[in-house]
Design a protein around this ligand. Structure first.
Ligand code: SF4
Ligand code: SF4
Length: 449
């Protein structure tokens, strides 16, 4: 008998160890003394006291201790067998690649200048996209979350096509199978938002997410195409949402400036009371390579915000997904829908890809909505992305975050190291810090109880 290769120990600091099973996503706490005694029993056959024997039995029956490598292997295979077949969960409809902003950290900004494909979606492509989604949902009939997200560039620059798309969905609902749990969302920079848009979004139950970096200094990264600051116009339009009682979420990119202004950012989030927030860490691009210190500090900031905001019932999306998996003892295999090959990105010209990071060079855009025979389940690109999870990556097998990190952003891994199957190592810094915090936080909560 020995400790499983998936058992990892975390020093909590008061003579206690957090013992985390990286495949079953389960945690128990032991004293260092208990761990030493169990170690001596496993290594040298030393006799255990009755109390420690009970602990060892518990660890054995919960796979923290195993008889052999084969037992670990069986457990791993069982986890792999539980993975669902691919199903499209999110569809980004890129209604335009044009944007009226020129954000400094935008990792797809080169799209605007670098390709000569059609940059504005037509009604014909929108109609074909609805038909493709209908067919896809009908084929997969899966209870996965399903979201259609209008995206850009700046999607409100092509509002007519968003309206048309929704009319087509309504028409489709009356003539063919359309699941009733499909959600809709739009991610906008907020600068063009008017009462007319708000009314339409409300009527069509489209969730509104505004990219806004919350304080004036941080938001200065989001200048418009002419180089002018956009803070006031976006803040005014957020106020419009508040006045109109339109729920909205904030998508906040954590820049170096955000970290310099942490307190004011947090205060402003609390005063704006968005429905949810989502933090984005910087993705490297050819103009920007953030340091490892940045990822550490950004994670500390996210943890601090999570702690402060949860007491007000406000949850940050990215952290919450991991917290939920940790609480539910569930494997968290993918950190974004692209990672599992569970996402469509439909470009304005109708080409279908998996991740919007590749809109520019069209890598992994191997089909088109006008192709009536397209089925993502037989398309090699989608199959290739399906296994992009730490569970299948050799470098991840001994990592404590194996079952909880989701593997970060494959696009960033590809950008930095030439393959989506490389490590997104900037994200590893984040994932390891978050897990350590989760275990410490669980210990504090358990002690309080
Ligand atoms: S791979 Fe990265 S850039 Fe692409 S959808 Fe996922 S998180 Fe976003
Ligand atoms: S991606 Fe990084 S943090 Fe996640 S399991 Fe692999 S090595 Fe660990």
């Amino acid at each position: 008998m020995r400790f499983s290769k998936y058992t990892h120990f975390f020093d909590i600091g008061d003579g206690t160890l957090g013992v985390f099973h990286s495949l079953l996503v389960r945690t128990v706490f032991l004293s260092k003394q208990e761990k030493a005694e169990i170690g001596a029993y496993l290594d040298e056959g030393k006799v255990l006291t009755e109390e420690v024997r009970k602990t060892a039995d518990y660890l054995y029956s919960n796979y923290y201790i195993v008889d052999s490598d084969e037992e670990d292997e069986n457990l791993y295979n069982q986890c792999v067998d539980m993975i669902y077949p691919p199903a499209i969960s999110n569809a980004y409809i890129v209604v335009t690649e044009n944007c009226n902003f020129n954000c400094k950290y935008c990792f797809i900004s080169d799209i605007v200048s670098d390709n000569d494909r059609s940059k504005v979606m037509t009604k014909e492509v929108a109609k074909a996209s609805v038909e493709l989604l209908q067919k896809t949902y009908e084929r997969q009939k899966h209870d996965y979350d399903k979201t259609i997200t209008f995206y850009g560039g700046e999607p409100l620059l092509n509002f007519e096509v968003i309206k048309y798309f929704m009319q087509e969905v309504d028409r489709m609902k009356t003539t063919a199978y359309w699941p009733d749990d499909v959600k809709f969302a739009v991610i906008t920079n907020g600068s063009l938002l008017t009462k007319k848009h708000i009314e339409f979004l409300r009527q069509n139950d489209i969730a509104l997410s505004i990219s806004y970096d919350v304080d004036k200094h941080s938001h200065a990264n989001r200048a418009n195409r002419l180089g002018y600051d956009t803070y006031d116009v976006v803040r005014n339009n957020i106020q419009l949402c508040i006045n109109e009682k339109m729920p909205y979420s904030l998508s906040i990119t954590i820049s170096e400036e955000t970290l310099w202004n942490k307190d004011s950012v947090l205060q402003e989030i609390l005063s704006l009371k968005p429905l949810t927030i989502a933090f984005n860490m910087l993705i490297p691009n050819k103009h920007l390579t953030p340091s490892n210190t940045y990822y550490e500090e950004a994670t500390d900031f996210m943890i601090e915000c999570f702690k402060r905001l949860r007491s007000r019932g406000l949850y940050e999306d990215r952290m919450m997904r991991k917290v939920q998996a940790f609480i539910d003892n569930k494997l968290y295999l993918y950190d974004c829908c692209a990672s599992g090959g569970n996402q469509f990105v439909i470009a304005p010209d109708g080409s279908i890809g998996i991740c919007h990071g590749y809109l520019n060079n069209q890598k992994f855009f191997s089909a088109n909505v006008l192709d009536k025979n397209f089925d993502f389940r037989n398309t090699p690109d989608f199959t290739y992305w399906k296994k992009r999870s730490p569970l299948f990556m050799p470098e991840c097998q001994d990592c404590e975050c194996l079952g909880i990190c989701g593997g970060g952003c494959p696009y960033a891994a590809d950008y930095m190291h030439g393959s989506i199957y490389a490590l997104d190592d900037r994200f590893c810094i984040h994932a390891k810090k978050v897990l350590e915090w989760l275990i410490n936080d669980l210990y504090e909560q358990t002690k309080r109880k």
